[in-house]
Design a protein around this ligand. Structure first.
Ligand code: UFG
Length: 339
């Protein structure tokens, strides 16, 4: 298939581009580079051995998106593009609702007009809300604790309604747990701008000497060692999950499907620190700080629906995730170059 990847220059999008090419698909990227560096594209071309066509604009621009569909042959869309920082979404709710919803509307409209009705959407385990039952299964009710999370809940609802209105659609919403790691080459990885919000990139920047120490947000949760527990999933396993969803969704009888993409294993903050120390051979200095507002004690998937329906499972361990993150971080201590 010829697959349009919105946000294809971003962290998960870029790893998925590689996996799509490896699986024999053709890829077209659209990305506005608001949270990605153009230099990722050369690396994708080197790793995939292919030219990767890139359109540099924001897909919430409906005219440009329509123009793209009118001029490119597209068979399916994987929609990653969106704002994703939880804290920023609380400060700038309108930016988040407008950007994340408009980009989805713009794509859905252009897809419908051009008879492209296969869509894989980047959702999140955040849709399980503030007090989730564990492990999380796809049939749990959805809610959110911040505007970012609400955009994912709302977009899933939009997709459900679009699929219900016209059963020619084949839509998959993939609920990611905590994506970490990097491509085995160490040439593509996560490159957050500014101070990282998420644990793994922060730990990696401490290891490489860009930051002095990690703050561990709370050690009094009801978990194995008191620190927060998450289901970390290697970004390459996650990328493979997108290819599996794309390959599966068209053969399903129902127009809308939802799958958790996680390992099913919970890992604590202190366990991540230890694993990263093993992988890097460097100490990770840390101090215990107060809990971060909005955090839950534990989150982990029941991935059995994706395992069964997609013939997919996450294969990489927390040690693999730390080793690959470290390879990327040590090869690219300051992330992607500007040019
Ligand atoms: N943590 C620290 N110190 C840090 C950063 C994080 O101790 O500097 C802890 C958190 O308290 C949490 C764990 O590390 O216990 C993981 O935190 P992340 O910020 O890496 O990930 P979250 O689970 O909070 O957030 C992720 C995604 C969000 C998504 C959310 C729920 O980043 O997009 O999962 O699915 F909304």
């Amino acid at each position: 298939m010829r697959v349009l990847v919105s946000g294809g220059a971003g962290y998960i999008g870029s790893h998925t581009v590689i996996r799509l090419v490896e699986a024999g698909h053709d890829v077209v990227v659209v990305d506005d580079f608001s949270n990605a560096k153009p230099t990722v594209v050369g690396r994708l071309e080197a790793l995939s051995g292919r030219p990767i066509p890139v359109h540099a604009f924001d897909v919430s621009d409906a005219d440009k998106t329509e123009h793209l569909f009118a001029h490119e042959q597209i068979d399916a869309v994987i929609h990653f593009a969106g704002f994703k920082a939880v804290g920023e979404s609380v400060a700038k709710p309108l930016d988040y609702y407008q950007n994340n919803l408009d980009s989805t509307f713009s794509l859905l409209r252009a897809m419908g007009r051009h008879d492209v009705r296969t869509l894989v959407f980047s959702s999140s385990a955040t849709v399980y809300g503030a007090e989730p039952q564990l492990p999380m299964t796809e049939d749990l009710p959805t809610s959110a604790t911040n505007p970012y999370g609400w955009t994912k809940v709302m977009i899933e609802q939009v997709l459900t309604d679009v699929a219900a209105a016209d059963d020619r659609w084949r839509i998959a919403a993939l609920r990611y747990f905590n994506p970490v790691g990097a491509h085995a080459s160490g040439d593509i990885g996560e490159d957050p701008s500014g101070i990282p919000n998420n644990l793994m990139p922060f730990v990696a920047q401490v290891a490489v000497g860009r930051r002095e120490k990690l703050s561990v947000f709370g050690d009094d949760y009801d978990t194995v060692d008191g620190t927060g527990v998450r289901d970390y999933i290697h970004v390459d396993d996650l990328a493979a999950g997108h290819v599996a969803a794309l390959d599966t969704v068209n053969s399903r009888s129902q127009p809308m499907s939802v799958w958790n993409l996680g390992t099913g294993q919970g890992v604590s903050v202190l366990q991540v620190i230890k694993a990263f120390e093993r992988a890097s051979g460097r100490p990770i200095p840390y101090e215990v700080a107060p809990r971060r507002a909005g955090d839950i004690a534990a989150s982990y998937a029941d991935p059995s629906k994706a395992n069964a329906d997609l013939d997919w499972r996450a294969t990489k361990t927390i040690d693999d995730m730390c080793a690959d993150t470290w390879r990327w971080q040590s090869k690219n201590p300051n992330g992607y170059p500007d040019a």
